[in-house]
Write a protein that binds this ligand. Structure first.
Ligand SMILES: Nc1ncnc2c1ncn2[C@@H]1O[C@H](COP(=O)(O)OP(=O)(O)OP(=O)(O)O)[C@@H](O)[C@H]1O
Ligand SMILES: [Mg+2]
Length: 410
């Protein structure tokens, strides 16, 4: 099967050499029974790659299951993967088969493999080397025939140096590594992907597809794409929903690009402060993103408005009592209402204006706050990410992404 027909079959868009190379490797390895390690940033398409490998393998008619190791609590992951016997732990009222038993003959995709606890890693290594496993609470050794495809967006080698990941397992898994390139490293694919997502959206909602003018296209190409294809898809959908104009200019596009980071920050802060966040924060669906964006824009407009009123009022001889109260009171000078005509920038009133500016800036720099909160949580939990994520009320996955995004040193 040639590479273009594989792309068509699995909806893979892109022509960059790095993407083609990764796809070719996937095709070559699919036929074998080797373990595969798919490496790449969040949202680059690692899960799609795992499905391609399974679908092109001799196991294609047998089960395929994707397990996110970062999302399963440490206490239950062994039982999920390898099963348990009745009474083996509190709450184990029945015995249960694990995925390595039910998927016998098929493929297991272990996403976020770097987050797998060390004990589970030992069990995985055994099943990879001998095909043997033992249910939790049992002493009976069982056999299974499962192919493992693992994925990570972390530097696993660094994990092995820190002692968080078994070196023997790392080498066992990475016999054939596949590196799925980040979107910023294959900029030529950005316009193709945008066109595809916009067309898909238009078809689904029976509307005309949005298009980018040349300047907007350039802006899209040069954007950093922290969230890779997933982020691009999200933005293409937001624009398709919200833009009344079908020809998108750079100015319109600008409104969508930077605000996304802030909307994520807002969600995280909501979670971190314990206020009720709407739904899980690990992934952001389009609807919620739009709501956050609208909310954030509104807040910014309000601050701009407040600032304007403040400035006008100030020149009229009024000044707020306390900048945070926003209540306007007249300034009296010797019992007379003082019209602030002889206004000098050195009057103490200006200080209050500065405070107010800070308020505006504070809103704009939610991202800094987010970084601070994460750093504090990590420090409090002595870099135990699992605990820090629990405290922040976000998934570990989101936390890892954030650590990377803000380049937080632990
Ligand atoms: N080359 C591509 N062409 C079209 N769509 C793609 C491509 N790569 C990824 N996608 C789409 O982007 C989204 C994210 O892909 P996927 O879930 O596979 O990413 P991931 O690498 O597993 O991310 P994470 O690390 O966050 O789990 C999916 O909707 C997927 O269909
Ligand atoms: Mg994934």
């Amino acid at each position: 099967m040639d590479i273009q027909s594989i792309k068509n079959r699995f909806g893979i868009i892109g022509n960059s050499p790095a993407l083609n190379h990764a796809l070719n490797t996937a095709v070559q390895v699919a036929n074998t029974d080797l373990s595969v390690l798919i490496v790449g940033e969040s949202g680059v398409g690692k899960e799609v790659f795992s499905m391609i490998i399974h679908a092109l393998s001799p196991r294609k008619h047998n089960p395929f299951i994707a397990v996110n190791c970062g999302a399963i609590p440490e206490g239950t992951i062994d039982s999920e993967l390898f099963g348990h016997e009745k009474g083996s732990f509190t709450g184990a009222v029945d015995s249960r088969k694990g995925y390595f038993e039910t998927v016998n003959g098929g493929t297991i995709f272990l996403d976020e493999i770097g987050e797998m606890p060390l004990g589970t890693q030992a069990r995985l290594l055994r099943v990879l080397e001998t095909g043997e496993f033992i249910r939790v609470g049992s002493s009976k050794v069982q056999k299974t025939d499962v192919r493992v495809i693992a994925a990570t967006n972390r530097d696993l080698l660094e994990y092995t140096q820190q002692g968080d990941f078994r070196q023997d397992l790392y080498y066992r898994l990475s016999t054939v590594p596949i590196r799925v390139p980040a979107l910023r490293d294959r900029k030529e694919d950005v316009p193709l992907l945008f066109r595809k997502f916009a067309a898909d959206f238009a078809e689904r909602y029976k509307t005309q597809s949005v298009q980018l003018d040349p300047a907007a296209q350039q802006m899209l190409i040069n954007y950093y794409w922290q969230g890779n294809v997933r982020e691009l898809k999200n933005i293409a959908e937001q624009i398709s929903v919200l833009s009344t104009d079908k020809m998108i200019t750079a100015e319109t596009l600008q409104r969508f690009l930077p605000a996304r980071n802030t909307s994520r920050s807002l969600a995280l802060i909501t979670a971190a402060t314990g206020l009720s966040a709407p739904g899980p924060t690990s992934d952001f669906n389009t609807e919620r993103d739009i709501l956050y964006k609208l909310f954030f824009d509104l807040k910014k407009d309000m601050n701009d408005l407040k600032q304007m009123i403040f400035d006008v009022a100030h020149h009229q001889g009024y000044t707020p009592v306390d900048p945070s109260s926003n209540a306007l009171v007249p300034v009296y000078n010797d019992g007379e209402l003082h019209s602030n005509n002889g206004y000098s920038p050195n009057t103490p009133i200006l200080l209050e204006t500065n405070d107010h500016h800070e308020d505006v800036e504070e809103t704009l720099f939610l991202a800094d706050r987010e970084k601070e909160i994460i750093t504090k949580a990590l420090k409090k939990h002595k870099s135990r990410r699992r605990d820090a994520a629990t405290e922040l009320g976000i998934s570990e996955r989101t936390l890892y992404r954030k650590i990377k995004e803000y380049d937080i040193k632990e």
